[in-house]
Design a protein around this ligand. Structure first.
Ligand code: ACO
Length: 424
């Protein structure tokens, strides 16, 4: 493809084109400022490619999501989450031997250092589990400093992936005042997490298969989503050579916001509000359309998906199945379906291409599983962890990598004279 041409103030500039493996076209403006003094202006980076990446492909118009070339529907149907972790961080699906070794190391590193338990004593009982997760992941760096070689880096990545679920489950136990339940090495990744969440020392607990499968699906569907807000944050922080724990902790905080991963908690709060208000969902659709109201339909809309979110489709199907298998009837599921039906036919949502996103149905499944609402975004973080790690590694290994440092268009005062305080 020939270079793009820019005409700026009567000067011509040739801008090289970079084409991705799916034919995506990027105009390389990296030399533009040096050549012309101008920068590109793209608030919110909606049209900016911040890197080249071979991890995840999304076509928002067609509703396509692939990790390392494999369609999300196939992975969701056929893979355990740990296989997807391996795929994302190594680029290939594991052989049986590789998989056995990988699972074994993830299991072996699940325990957190006994001293780390003391940190939990300091958190308020009301602490949001996302606050605990992000700070405890950062604390891991004080126990496991960054090593100098590849093996040390790999070991810290395994530690991070293995211990995050233990920290997440401990934060839940702390919030309900129950003793921590230690990981059990005979259990799989998902089973182990559920065991640490729901077992109590006085009682036998066997992880129900339906919960194991539901959690597996949720984690697989959340595992990566290219350059979203939290992943870009991980890359941004990591680009300063910050260690993996610090970078991931930053990503967790970026995920927390209600416009990103925090939306799954907000969806349930919204559905609950509608239920308490007599289930009049049409009133809330009208409120979401009203420009004088700041109310938005949480779980609707996406920066990239403009047709449908393939993850939401899979989760909608799964919500029905999981609730039926668990024998749970949840009035919020009915409200969610009604809301979706009305919104999808409404011109406001159709014109703006607003569809249910991954967060719309995930909360209903988490609820049916017995996971409390304030843990939903933590669940998202556990799912997204391998994606963050894969991006952090890719960024670090990029020979062209440099510190991320966007420019700005300054709109403040131009130089002015200082006035001493007594004269102001
Ligand atoms: N309800 C009502 N109106 C909406 C919604 C919504 N959920 N989402 C977008 N709109 C409207 C906006 O008001 C805007 O209307 P306008 O053109 O008349 O001004 C138009 O649709 C475009 O919206 P933007 O906010 O510009 O779209 P953007 O791509 O910046 O935002 C976002 C995407 C943040 C996801 C947005 O749709 C939203 O706030 N959704 C609700 C929160 C949510 O579910 N977040 C989870 C996203 S998925 C994830 O992170 C895992």
């Amino acid at each position: 493809m020939s270079d793009a041409k820019l005409d700026l103030n009567g000067e011509q500039y040739e801008l090289p084109i970079t084409v991705g493996s799916e034919g995506e076209v990027g105009i390389d403006i990296s030399a533009l400022r040096n050549q012309s003094g101008a920068i590109t202006y793209d608030p919110g980076y909606g049209n900016t490619g911040s890197c080249a990446s071979s991890i995840t492909f999304i076509d928002g118009e067609k509703g396509i999501l692939r990790y390392r070339g494999y369609p999300i529907e196939v992975l969701a149907e056929s893979c355990r989450f740990t296989e997807v972790i391996y795929l994302l961080i190594n680029g290939e699906l594991p052989t049986e031997t590789q998989y056995r070794g990988f699972r074994e190391s993830l299991t072996r590193h699940s325990l957190i250092h006994e001293d780390m338990k003391k940190f939990f004593e300091g958190y308020a009982i009301t602490a949001h589990p996302m606050a605990i997760l992000s700070s405890m992941i950062s604390v891991l760096s004080s126990y496991y400093p960054e090593g100098q070689d590849e093996a040390a880096r790999e070991l810290n990545i395994i530690r991070l992936l293995a211990k995050a679920k233990t920290i997440a489950a401990f934060s839940y136990k702390k919030s309900i005042g129950q003793p921590f339940v230690y990981p059990n090495n005979s259990l799989s990744y998902c089973e182990n997490f559920l065991h640490m969440m729901f077992a109590v020392p006085a009682e036998a607990y066997e992880v129900p298969e339906v919960l194991d499968d539901a959690l597996n699906l949720l984690l697989v569907l959340h595992a990566d989503h290219e350059q979203n807000c939290s992943t870009s944050t991980v890359r941004m922080v990591g680009s300063s050579d910050a260690n993996i724990f610090a970078s991931i902790s930053a990503g967790i905080n970026a995920l927390w916001g209600p416009l990103h991963g925090g939306a799954n908690q907000k969806v349930i709060e919204m559905l609950e509000r509608i239920r308490q208000d007599g289930s009049d969902y049409k009133k809330y659709v009208d409120m979401a359309k009203d420009k004088d109201s700041d109310f938005r339909l949480m779980g609707f809309g996406h920066r990239v998906y403009k047709n449908f979110d393939p993850r939401a489709r899979l989760l909608k199907k799964s919500a029905d199945k999981v609730l039926a298998q668990l024998g749970v009837t949840d009035p919020l599921l009915e409200i969610a379906k009604n809301l979706e039906e009305v919104a999808l036919e409404d011109d406001y949502f159709v014109e703006r291409k607003l569809y249910p996103n991954v967060d719309f149905y995930s909360g209903i499944i988490y609820r049916a599983m017995g996971i409390p609402t304030n843990m939903f975004t933590v669940m998202f973080a556990l799912g997204r962890l391998p994606g963050w790690v894969a991006h952090w590694m890719e960024m670090r290994d990029d020979p062209k990598g440099k510190i991320h440092r966007p420019r700005q268009i300054y709109t403040g005062e131009t130089e002015r004279a200082f006035v001493p305080i007594e004269s102001r």
